[in-house]
Design a protein around this ligand. Structure first.
Ligand SMILES: *Cc1c(COP(=O)(O)O)cnc(C)c1O
Length: 446
């Protein structure tokens, strides 16, 4: 629950458990939930078995597909649909579990917490849905007033549970982010209110995401001659693809043969994989906004493995990156190229990919998924199943999708429903003091 480690670094398990071929084969036919238990219980030894099973079951009850993450086949690609949760994006898979896990731990320790975060859209709604109605948690989410899409806004503000506080600030996403950072920097305030974050660096989020890789590999092993698969993953914060990296380390050799790291025009991770140059550039706005990120928070975790598990070297590199905004890792190219392939995709290519995929297969990709699908086309190998991670429902990004397929999308019932509802939200100036006194007034206290 602590997010960062005491020295400011990220947490990782001491060791990644290995799954032998026999065990892997024995998991064939397990439900998503049962498989999740098999995987998570190898990392979690401080929650009783029946409690952990209960947490997992509860977390995926909110999904609208019995398989949780169904695999769809189109042409010679497989699409792993990760958007069947309550906010129609893949972050639900981790945040539904995280919400229940936090609630459980808080109950056990007779404690409480206040979550504070800033969002540019997707993470905020997935976090709100993860903790709505929880008695020991209140959540305060800042978003830039009138600067997020109508769907995103409604997804957050129509959640009117007593423990949910939506704050629209007169300012940009960066203003919100900055205020949140400042408030977290006020150690006394943070302690007094037991402030917690919703950032993407929580290890439990990665763990929950490892499950769908393994689930998918089992499906492929059951249906294809060869059990090797390649995955194409649209990435911004290095979270989703890092879960794939962990899954590959756990599974028997060769089950995950390739991991393709796909980025939009914010290509710091692509440049890193292609040349070893990990250096910051300005963030540009694209049609896949959930990947409009430069410094990828989970990247530090990968460095640990790149640096032969020597934390001191990771610390030194992160220090260099912090002061200079860049890292030269070209000496490690051999290693990096064994781990990943990469392509960065332009907005024009995204629209073209959505259009041609729709024409050929009558399947509508969202812009994030299209980034991964385009990259997959560049790296296909004959005979190796290629799985593209579909990270959002296309209706969440209707504008781009409409442009590509030439007609508006019908909203899925959950979205149509909230679009017609009145939301609840306070509008405030981007003023740290004002927001702190709002928190003071509404935060959960002992
Ligand atoms: C967050 C997000 C991503 C990127 O996930 P990472 O964990 O940063 O790789 C991709 N697509 C969608 C729709 C997202 O919300």
């Amino acid at each position: 629950m602590s997010g960062l480690a005491e020295d400011g670094g990220l947490l990782l398990p001491r060791a990644i458990p290995r799954i032998d071929k026999e065990t892997f084969d024995s998991w064939q036919g397990l439900t998503y939930q049962k498989l999740a238990f098999q995987i998570m219980s190898r990392f979690i030894d401080d929650i009783p078995v029946s409690d952990l099973k209960g947490l997992i079951n509860k977390s995926y009850e909110s999904f609208d597909h019995h398989d949780v993450a169904p695999l769809i086949h189109r042409g010679d690609l497989h699409i792993l649909e990760l958007f069947h949760g309550p906010t129609l994006a893949f972050k639900d898979i981790a945040l539904q579990f995280l919400g229940n896990l936090f609630d459980y731990l808080l109950k056990k320790n007779d404690s409480y917490m206040n979550i504070l975060g800033a969002t540019s859209g997707d993470t905020g709604s997935a976090a709100i849905y993860g903790v709505r109605g929880k008695k020991r948690i209140k959540i305060f989410i800042l978003h830039p007033h009138k600067r997020i899409s109508p769907v995103q806004e409604k997804q957050m503000t129509t959640v009117v549970d007593d423990n949910v506080f939506n704050i629209a600030i007169n300012g940009t996403f960066d203003d919100g982010q900055e205020i949140v950072k400042e408030i977290f920097g006020d150690i006394e305030f943070k302690r007094a209110h037991r402030l917690g974050a919703i950032n993407s660096i929580n290890w439990a989020r990665i763990l929950a995401q490892v499950v769908y890789y393994v689930h998918c590999c089992l499906h492929i092993a059951a249906h294809e001659k060869d059990s090797a698969s390649a995955f194409s993953v649209p990435t911004g914060n290095f979270g989703d693809i890092f879960a794939g990296f962990i899954a590959r380390r756990m599974l028997p050799e060769g089950i995950i043969s390739k991991l393709i790291l796909a980025t939009n025009a914010n290509d710091i991770l692509s440049r890193f994989v292609a040349t070893g140059d990990y250096s910051l550039k300005k963030v540009v706005r694209t049609s896949s906004p959930s990947m409009d990120i430069q410094a990828a928070s989970n990247f530090e975790r990968y460095l640990y493995y790149l640096f032969d598990k020597e934390p001191d070297r990771v610390k030194e590199a992160m220090q260099t990156f912090k002061t200079t905004g860049s890292l030269d890792l070209s000496d490690y190219m051999g290693h990096i190229k064994r781990d990943f392939l990469t392509t960065s995709i332009s907005d024009k290519e995204v629209v073209d990919t959505i259009a041609s995929f729709y024409k050929k297969h009558e399947y509508v990709l969202d812009p994030h998924t299209a980034v991964g699908v385009h990259a997959a086309m560049n790296h296909r190998t004959q005979g190796v199943p290629m799985i593209c991670l579909a990270t959002a429902h296309p209706a969440k990004f209707g504008e781009t999708v409409e442009k590509a397929i030439g007609r508006p999308l019908t909203l899925p019932p959950v979205l149509a429903d909230i679009m017609g509802r009145e939301g609840r939200c306070v509008v405030m100036d981007a003023d740290q003091q004002e927001i702190m006194s709002y928190l003071n007034k509404h935060a959960i206290k002992e």
